[in-house]
Design a binder for this molecule. Structure first.
Ligand SMILES: [Zn+2]
Length: 486
């Protein structure tokens, strides 16, 4: 069915050879960096999966299954056709096996009954529920692998990775796989319309992913929700961290975030382009073919398993996984829990209250299992990207009389540990450097103590800064920061 208005996600299947985008700012010999390629080479604890680095093959498994479902059911996965229900059953079984609580809700359309699949991860603060979703249905013309098998598979793979590595998120997490988007956003509209106001109030954010692997890919971030600015900027930063200079796109509510947006829930999403044509400016920064459609198989029979740019798919999946990790640990404030202060001049020195008290670059304050916290579940994880990158975390403190600063520091590195300091870590009070470390100091958690008596009474920013050079990763991990008078 041709939608009255063009849908956000839909594609063409030109089986274009995945043109790896020429990443802006990575013109050196570095391979295209995955979105959040933090090293998991932890030497002193058992290896733990990095939930934000989802292997491409884990996404492709789901896409091949969706293709098989279409092949077995008349070539599509459209509303009212058996291929759609089979798609729902497949995704549900995957989520059930991973421990999600799932339910299927049905609703009527002019082409028959359709279904939404809702999946909740048990636990987390339901007053600040983080939700992401995308439509699972195709048009009747084809199997809908880019539109929107790609978003569905990327969300599913991210959810499964999350379940495997972050079992106790701060915020409650929910996923929606929508039916009948291609008939006019019917599934997501049905879901939101049936929510009470109290249930709407619980939804802190909604992220939508509809087409994320277009064969001539673009890298667009939704820019149509005035309440979604913080979400939009987070996605833009995630692209920038991967070396992608993304474009904002006013999607004008043309995908499943619209119903959420209309009830005041902050929304954003990403999009790799549909029937629109890539400009020469975009081709210059993203690679691919100028003056050709992002997806020449949009809404066509050729939107099949060959209609994908796997580099874009891999990158966007990692972006989704990182977004999930960040927002499931996000401090939305307004809660009843505040970090205890007591006699400590540091607020939230254990990072268990997220960013409360701290100003930090994206991804630093983290529950990611790739690095263990010294205590609790959250720590400050600087660097670990294996490319030029600077991370900081800072808070303004007033040094008490006889002030003694202490914290726990763990350093993992792929660099040489005996010759030269390639990646460095610095602690400052105001503009004064208190101490520095580097890859030469690699090792497990050790307690660092510094006598700040000389600064008694001074109020200044206490700042940790990690600086990585262009090659080989070093992780600097800090936890349980304390500043007390003796
Ligand atoms: Zn779509």
């Amino acid at each position: 069915m041709t939608p009255v208005r063009p849908r956000l996600a839909c594609l063409v299947g030109a089986a274009a050879l995945a043109a790896v985008p020429a990443l802006a700012g990575t013109a050196d010999a570095q391979p295209a960096a995955p979105l959040v390629p933090r090293t998991s080479q932890v030497q002193d604890v058992a290896p733990v999966r990095d939930a934000t680095d989802v292997p491409l093959n884990e996404v492709m498994v789901h896409l091949r299954e969706l293709q098989s479902i279409a092949d077995a059911h008349g070539g599509n996965r459209a509303t009212g056709e058996p291929g759609y229900r089979a798609s729902v059953d497949y995704v549900r079984a995957e989520l059930d096996a991973a421990g999600f609580t799932t339910r299927v809700e049905s609703f009527s359309t002019r082409y028959g009954t359709s279904y939404n699949l809702i999946a909740d991860w048990p636990g987390g603060d339901t007053d600040h529920t983080v939700m992401m979703g995308g439509h699972l249905d195709s048009v009747s013309a084809g199997p809908g692998i880019n539109d929107n098998g790609s978003g569905s598979a990327a969300i599913l793979a991210s959810a499964l990775s999350f379940a495997e590595s972050s079992p106790s998120p701060r915020n409650h997490v929910r996923f929606g796989f929508w039916g009948a988007e291609e008939l006019g956003l019917l599934g997501s509209t049905h879901y939101v319309d049936t929510l009470t106001q109290a249930q709407v109030d619980e939804l802190a954010v909604y992220f939508n992913f509809d087409m994320v692997a277009s064969p001539n890919p673009g890298y667009f971030v939704y820019h149509d929700d005035p309440n979604g600015t913080e979400l939009r900027d987070g996605l833009t930063t995630a692209y920038a961290d991967a070396g992608i200079d993304s474009d904002h796109i006013d999607v004008d509510g043309r995908s499943d975030h619209a119903a959420f947006m209309q009830r005041g829930i902050p929304t954003a999403g990403t999009f790799s382009g549909a029937e629109g044509h890539k400009t020469s400016t975009q081709a210059a920064k993203w690679g691919g073919q100028a003056n050709e459609a992002f997806d020449p198989c949009y809404h066509s029979a050729c939107d099949d398993i060959d209609n994908l740019d796997t580099a874009a798919l891999d990158l966007n999946t990692d972006l989704i996984a990182q977004t999930l990790a960040d927002w499931s640990a996000h401090d939305f404030g307004g809660g009843t829990t505040e970090p205890p202060t007591g006699d400590d001049a540091i607020t939230n020195g254990g990072f268990e209250y997220g960013s409360t008290g701290w100003q930090a670059t994206t991804g630093v304050i983290s529950t990611d299992a790739g690095q263990p916290a010294h205590a609790g579940s959250t720590k400050a994880w600087f660097n670990g990207y294996g490319r030029a990158h600077t991370d900081t975390a800072s808070q303004v403190v007033t040094v008490p009389g006889d002030g003694q600063l202490s914290f726990w520091l763990k350093i993992d590195t792929d660099e040489d540990t005996s010759s030269r300091a390639y990646d460095t870590f610095r602690l400052q009070l105001g503009s004064t450097t208190l101490d520095t470390w580097s890859n030469l100091d690699a090792g497990g958690y050790r307690q660092v103590t510094l006598d700040l008596t000389a600064y008694a009474g001074e109020t200044a920013a206490l700042t940790f800064t990690g600086v990585e050079d262009a090659y080989l990763a070093t992780d600097f991990v800090v936890d349980d920061v304390s500043l007390k008078g003796s």
